[in-house]
Design a protein around this ligand. Structure first.
Ligand code: NAD
Ligand code: DAU
Length: 355
């Protein structure tokens, strides 16, 4: 079996669902259920004995050691993290705690477990750490995309905490021989994306008749990858990646934020037109920029393509259409995640952000 951490969040839940759609190998899913964790994402597995959910913290050494001893996983995929840049600006402490201290404690527990495994199990064991392109910092226009050897230049408390976790994972391989793999991926989008991030926020606000808040001039560039393609990349790296290596994962879809918002508006105009016949574009509002906002990310994913044969299945056009359709068909899910805590966040982040 495998142990997944953070498997009730956006990417983790998609990963667990995809894994069990393709394999009968049991998943132990350790998740602290922060505001971003949602068991409803896994509702279709409620009666499925191949999914074992454990409510807990990756930083709880006693719990993690017990889970490892009890279930003897052959691999661990570490998704658990605080993941939202804006939240890291308002309150970095949780990011330090989970992304750095939590990863460290997880590594320590895994090291002890791995060390005592029988020889063959020890050789076959893998820890795959899921990380981000944001650790590489910001690119100027026309600069080459990030390769795996690009220097680390994190600019937000979030990316700095992820960078620290990547360094710890690397060090545990070099120092202790722990068989690790690291993936650094670009912006994901798709089903179960919590509506504090750009794409789901725009869909949800548009449908609610609310402003679509674009930071700064909207010309910041991100590379976008459909979440199921990220999951297939992780499966491929787990299966065939070379121990100790880093693999960049991306969609080859560099787009300015404003283009993303225009695309979402156009799809909604087509699929759920406004009652007044006007375009959802009318709701776009430019607001005060994110402090320290990275201008451009771009991923060179040629290594994973060349060495492991991975390519994304979706183009941006097919993936974004599926995503908008999913949100239109899952309005109950949207309503349920818009709890008091969500409303407090929206208030904190957007009130006073001058238009
Ligand atoms: P998310 O915020 O949606 O989910 C994170 C999950 O981790 C939640 O279920 C949460 O409850 C859980 N969690 C948080 N702290 C925990 C702890 N201490 N112990 C156990 N569980 C804990 O995040 P996501 O977007 O699904 O991202 C998953 C991983 O992928 C993160 O490591 C993130 O840095 C990385 N990543 C995300 C993206 C993206 O575009 N979303 C891109 C590249 C990499
Ligand atoms: O690049 C990978 C990263 O992508 C992941 O590591 C992070 O976990 C994930 O959250 C994401 O980070 P971003 O900061 O790029 O994602 P976010 O959706 O918050 O913002 C995307 C872009 O849209 C960014 O340039 C800021 C902008 N934005 C965002 C919000 C929420 C807006 O213009 N308005 C908004 O209201």
């Amino acid at each position: 079996m495998i142990l997944v951490t953070g498997g009730a969040g956006f990417i983790g839940a998609n990963f667990v669902l995809e894994w069990l759609a393709q394999s009968d190998e049991t998943v132990i899913n350790l998740d602290q259920l922060t505001y971003a964790g949602n068991r409803e994402n896994l509702a279709s597995l409620a009666e499925d004995s191949r999914h074992v959910f454990v409510h807990g913290d990756i930083g709880d050494s006693v719990l993690v050691a017990r889970l490892l001893a009890q279930h003897q996983p052959r691999a661990i995929i570490n998704f658990a993290a605080e993941s939202h840049v804006d939240r890291s600006i308002h309150g970095p402490e949780d990011f330090i705690q989970t992304n750095i201290v939590g990863t460290f404690r997880l590594l320590e527990a895994v090291r002890a477990y791995w060390h005592n495994l029988p020889v063959e199990a020890r050789q076959n064991f893998r820890l795959l750490h899921v990380s981000t392109d944001e650790v590489y910092g910001s690119l100027v226009k026309d600069a080459p995309a990030f390769t795996e050897t690009h220097r680390y230049e994190p600019n937000s408390p979030y990316s700095a905490s992820k960078a620290a976790s990547d360094h710890l994972v690397r060090a545990y391989h070099h120092t202790y021989g722990l068989p690790v793999l690291t993936t650094n991926c670009s912006n994901n989008y798709g089903p179960y994306h919590f509506p504090e991030k750009l794409i789901p926020l725009m869909i949800v606000n548009a449908l609610a008749g609310k402003p679509l808040p674009v930071y700064g001039d909207g010309q910041q560039i991100r590379d976008w990858l459909y979440v199921k393609d990220h999951c297939s990349a992780i499966r491929r790296v787990l299966e065939a990646g070379k121990v100790g290596e880093v693999y960049n994962v991306g969609g080859g879809n560099e787009k300015p934020n404003i283009d993303i918002v225009h695309t979402v508006c156009a799809l909604l105009d087509e699929l759920r037109a406004r009652a007044d016949g006007k375009s959802y574009r009318e709701q776009i509002t430019y607001v005060t920029d994110r402090p320290g906002h990275d201008r451009r990310y771009a991923i060179d994913a040629s290594k994973i393509g060349r060495e492991l044969g991975w390519t994304p299945a979706e183009t941006f056009e097919t993936g974004i259409r599926k995503t908008v359709q999913w949100y239109l068909e899952n309005q109950d899910w949207v309503a349920n995640v818009q709890s008091g805590a969500y409303r407090e966040w929206v208030e904190k982040n957007y009130t006073g952000r001058a238009a």
